[in-house]
Design a binder for this molecule. Sequence first.
Ligand code: ADP
Ligand code: MG
Length: 635
Amino acid sequence: MRCYSTESSSLAAEKHEFKAETKKLLHIVAHSLYSQREVFVRELISNSSDALEKLRHLQATSQDVNTDKPLEVNIEVDSDNKTITFYDSGIGMSADELKENLGTIARSGSKAYIEKMQDGADTKDMASTIVGQFGVGFYSAFMVGDKITVYTRSANPGSEGYCWESDGLGSYTLSKADNVDVGTKIVINIKDDAKEYLEKGKLDQIIKKYSNFVGFPITVNGEKVNTVEALWTKDKNSITEDEHTDFYRFVSRAWDEPMYNLVYKADGPLSIRSILYAPTKNPEDMGFDRIKPGVSLYSRKVLIMPNAEGLLPEWLRFVQGVVDSEDLPLNLSRELLQNGPIIQRLKSIITSRIIKWLQEESNRDAEKYAKFFQTFAVFIKEGVCQDMANQAEISKLLRFETSNKDAGQLISLGEYVESMPSDQEHIYYFCTPNREFGIDSPYYEPFKKHGANVLFLHHALDEFVMGRLATFEGKRLVSVDSEDAGKVLKKWNDADQAESSGDSGVALTTEQTDELTAWMLPNLGTSVKEVKVSERFMSYPAIVTDFDSPAVRRMMKMMAGDSKQSIPMSPCTVEINSSDPIIKGLYALKDKDEDLARKVAQQLLDNALIAAGIMDDPRSMIKRLNDILVSTVSK
Ligand code: ADP
Ligand code: MG
């Protein structure tokens, strides 16, 4: 079906200024890279497709629709007049919708980016970021056009036709127009330096590249170009890798390859046809905002909800694709769709299937999965913390470094449990900023001596994840610096001592340590609630236990706002090593030179705080350290 320009706009055209941010965007768009300009085709087709989807949905749910045209996108290239015209028989726009939709920036990503941008920043750079990352939607037409005319009439009965026109500089005009078909027609006057797009072959190629899976026929000068096939209804084995890649890029609007794909069909209890993808790149990685859900909901190939909120739990928002269920009624309100019983059932079935799919992929190729995990760990960890119904299954998707394996090698909690010796009760873990810190830490020392496997966790979220998870396959998750670990260490220590049969004569006696700890406590200030002899093996003079973890302290700092301010911590326990030479020396020193002994005790505490990773400002101890050094050199 060809479109004919019989529209005529009346003379009474109102002039409107674009909003400031729209002007900025148009300025950026005008400076976009030549190589990126072809995306205007994708953007206009995708708008047409959205408009057709909306009309189809309206037709399916109400009788009162003012159109009988086939649902199509028709593109006409006219090289004599240097125009490209996009016509769709979709839902169209009213005058208010025209002003609202084409006068402001619809995309929140672009909008935020433009608001943040500095005046005088490099326009070319920004153009490439904004066009590549967020897309510029309708305005992309100004990358290739110096004048855009939009004729549109809404499909609501009784609607009139309108003409919108702009040169993309500062303003647009809006007027009533006669003989406008229901739908939207966009005429682009092609710039002199964009003539290449006036070739049909070039347009065909771009449409195949970006818009092959649009669910409506797209014609160029009367010839159909795209596939118009609902890939999710096809047989799994007949879908090629290339089709998957193209379809993934089509649904996600991303440029990477899909890491994994899942073609999932079910006939009971609900009918489901779906294709789901896990991307290769994490779209939230580069400090960009939280992404929208990536899965759209269809019923018998009619789009019901693009980027369907509520179809999957939040943590699965990185999954892209399509879910089609003919059990979904078309004419349900958004609220009912989101919270209704069918969506809830669909959600639970698909979520379980996705988790199983990722588990299967991890079994098939552990190395590939490790890459996936490193990219998407944040989402999986979010799932463990928030999706309680699926927590146990999601936790099987976690991977960690461990003390028994080299840095960079990851294992699952399942593998950890399998390798546990029969007398080991708990799963041990240690949250540290990095591996070296963990290995050198006094908390890890007794585990190393005992040859116990410890998970090394270096991610900011890990501590919360372990806290929320608490157990895995009935085994408790125990941090090496916790009280619970202390009990295990006491057992080991008792056994060691029994073996070395009273060889601990070099340690202070119980009376001596009672005297020392009683003296230390008041000298260490309010940040310490108890001083006691440690029951764990250590080559350090003292450690702290029962303290606010570094993650908790980071949170408190964040909440306090000003990072320079020191945060009061809940009082901790100091454990001393009664056979350490410094502790023995301190016992004697406190009676000879109490002032110096006090400084040594305080320094021992600070050293222990550093080892625990909770020292706020080490500069405060310089003066004391110097005092101690003075007494050493003047001996
Ligand atoms: P987005 O598509 O991300 O919303 P666009 O800049 O591409 O942003 O489009 C802005 C809005 O203009 C759309 O949301 C839609 O409401 C309206 N629009 C654009 N093209 C059409 C069209 N062909 N038919 C009906 N409405 C359209
Ligand atoms: Mg758009």
